[in-house]
Design a protein. Sequence first.
Length: 69
Amino acid sequence: MLGAVTFAPRCPTCHEPVVWEGNPSRPFCSERCRLVDFGAWASERYRVPGEPAEGESGTDDDSDESGSA
């Protein structure tokens, strides 16, 4: 019979082992790593592939927006 497999996740940000039980930041090892990941999503370093949403041109160029200062 095979032995039990130990659940040993790693932090997606720093790749250190994560204490799972009682960790409010899981799957991250700390609040810092959780916020680093959140910042990457907020700055659009991470993107989910797919078609542009309705009303989006699919580029980061804002030159097609009307309005002047």
